[in-house]
Every structure is written in C-alpha cells, then in structure tokens.
Unconditional design. Sequence first.
Length: 156
Amino acid sequence: MRYPIVVEGFEGHTLAMEMDGVFSAPRLLQDDRPSPDGPVRGSFTLTRADGTAVTAVIRRHMLDPVPQVVVEGRLIRIAPAFRWFEWVWILMPVLLILLDPILGALLAAVGISLNAKLMRMERPLWQRAGLALLVFGLGLVAYFPILTLARLLLVR
C-alpha cells in the first residue's frame, strides 16, 4: 500500500511511503523509485527540488501500523491519528486478558495488531467496527480449544 507524503521543498517531486508485506520494512519512494539508504539505519536520503540531499527517518508510533516520517527534524504524519472510538475498537481484545492472563494476553496482542490494521482500511466505520468485533469474537472462540489443548499437553 502506498501513502503519499507532502513536504515543503519537494515541489516537482512525488514522495510516498510504500508498505508491502507483514515482515518487510516500509520504504520511501521519490518519483516512484526507492530512495537510497541514509547514513543511519532506517533512514533514507531524499533530494529536494533545489538538489540538496536531505535525510528522512521512519519512526514507528505505538500500535499504529502506519509509521511517521521525520524530514529535517519535522515530524510528518502519513495518516491521521486514530480517533477515540477507533481506539476503543482496536483495544477491545484486551478483555481477553480477563479470561486468562497468559493465553488471553497472547490472543489480545494478536487481536490488537489485527484491529489496528483493520482501522486503517479504506472502508466505512461500520464495516471496520464489524470486522474488529469479528476479530474479538474469533479470539474468544479460539481461547477454549487452545486452552484445552494446552492443558492436555501440559498435564502429561
């Protein structure tokens, strides 16, 4: 998925962040080509409209799957921050911890990660909320068979 980036001083150039897979790191694109790596790990070198080379750093932000970019010390949000009701849907799997602190926490971590990605989808809120509720329900349904299997394996 590509997210366009608007930064002063890069007029005439298109900047974007590309996020391909689950395990691949996000990368910056300038004029639809990957930007060269910068001097620091996780940084990239961008070229301004006047030809000056600038370092950009990708910064992760808590549970948000879309990182932020820092260009010349200025923080640039690629996507708007989650609103309070989106956080409610994202953090709903935390309730699984009430069932069991260890297994519930593992299922909650997976559910929170999935819900954060769901809330970034380009769909109406009611669809994203319904999918987040489905993720919570699947975590709840998966809890009992996993717990039964764990007890069978650990009792022996």
